[in-house]
Design a protein. Sequence first.
Length: 670
Amino acid sequence: MAIQDILSNLNKPQLEAVTARGSAVMVLAGAGSGKTRVLTRRLAHLITADSLYPNQILAVTFTNKAAREMRERVMEMLDLDIVTARSLWIGTFHGMGARILRMNAEKLGYDSNFIILDSSEQERIVKKLVADLHFQSTFWTPKKLANAFSRWKDDGLAPDDLTTDHIRSLGELEQISSLFNHYQDELRRTNSMDFGDLLAKCLELWQKHPETLDNFRSRFLHVLVDEYQDTNRVQYNWMRQIAEGHGNLCVVGDDDQSIYSWRGARLDNILRFEEDFPKTKIIRLEQNYRSSGNILKAASQLINHNTGRMEKTLWTDGEKGPQIVRYQAEDGVDEGRFVAQEIFRQCGHGRFGNAAILVRASRQTRAIEEALNRELIPYLVVGGLRFMDRAEVKDAVAYLRLAYSSRDDLAFERIINNPKRKIGPSALAAIQERAKECNGSLMEGSKHIIAEKRLGPAVRKKLQEFVDMIDEASQMLSSDEHPESALDYLLDESGYRESLNNTEREIDKRGNLDELRTLLVQGDDLPGFLERAVLDSDPNGENGNIDEDKVVVSTLHAAKGLEFPMVFLVGLEENLLPHKMAVEGNEAGLEEERRLLYVGMTRAKEKLYLCHAKRRLMYNRYEPALPSRFLKELPTETIEVKGMRLSVSSGASFRPGAALRPPRRNFRKF
């Protein structure tokens, strides 16, 4: 594509954002203002106008879905072949961190084939350490400890950095710091890293080996960062260190859509950007191409109530559109019924995928799902169980992981008796004890156990068969055989596939194993596949693909980045939105809740519904509910208020479920 084509169909601020050079650039991209277009066009323009090689640009996103979309658009614009496209450094922070670490793992005492742990595996390690170290606390459960370790890493904290600001009790502080240290030692022993390590270890690498950082600074002449408002402390330091040498950093974000402080995102990263990069050029994308005029006016007036934001005003030259509907329900049942019947009325003869229902808390979906089921409306809950998180898929991947890395003790523990092979808890305990004695992995401990005849002959025989099988699969992988061949061998030789009987559920599991094999065939190599299996956690990936024939039900947090012709925001009540836990004596928390509603409103393109109830069922009793304070902040001229749709009694004998049940109707299943 010629340069003039890359620059075509851009408005003036977009054009400036694509072509700006000579300093750091911050693009404040309001909702629906075309930020993805700007990022991809800027990347393509750097390659064509500045004559950069694709591998001289680092582009960082927050989801693999966004990275894939950017790569595909650049490939199409520049007509790149697949080899050149793979040389593009486009990916998530964690994906790029993993790529850098695999090139330099030995400098930190790791093998390049280190395993990346998911959150459930982190928790398993912590649970084992808690037992081994006899740590007892009613508050600090293994899950909370694992989450805390991740949060501290995102804040750039090592075990020795913890103070009573993080853990109030001095006694617990010492114990938890020790646990944190043991946790890191265990990861190193098993050649494993968790998500937090993928960036923290990069910073450690650059600190210990500054020449490595210099190499990457020389390699990446331009750095692009998407969704900059969502960066945490470590992500910011990682990005800044790479770009600091030349200052050619372009970040794209929207402070009004910063809604992830609970997972470490720091709004001040975007608010203080000019302090850190004094010659920054700020470009505002304020023309909205998504939402109708009424929706945009209401959302803009809402977010103007926040004080901690950078000035910008969204506008559209599109139509004003219908008014926003505010519906006051009697209770959650009535709210769900209204939403379901409104969707059926408007989408029953078209695509149900035009509609989305967004909630503040996942527990709200139950009543919504019941209402959709009553109306026979098909729906998809975004953020449900991912394909790679299904038990049979994780089992099969564990077999591959152990064949790939014999030090992967978590994979060993998952599959050693799966399917049953008479290697029970006592035998596993003996293997673990022998592994400790030789300071090795569980595979090494198994080989010592077999050689020393520490277990009974029947168990030893089964263990020998298991070890031989893993060694054989490892040879297959190291001899450049396709990983799907090793998978077939492992599933058949282990008896795992055969252990799935012919019930409908087990047949589905076999189908999932076949799908896993297909993914291996389509992939490039096993290390890359294993990495993606953990890192590809997009809410709309794999089993969460948006379906044009299904209504989308999602939390507000998971809906960021999506858009729909029709959006229903339900539960707009005090203590729900804004959420009680987020706002108690906390102005910053209140402003983030307002941003969350703003994000939800700007998902809507044409029609927006704001729903709240007079009462909610809480702990098996109805509690009165007050409308959200945010509703008062919306311009009245953009709102059409609808009250109760049914006349109901208001006495103590009122039974919402019975009184508000919709009439039965006969219509076909979808």
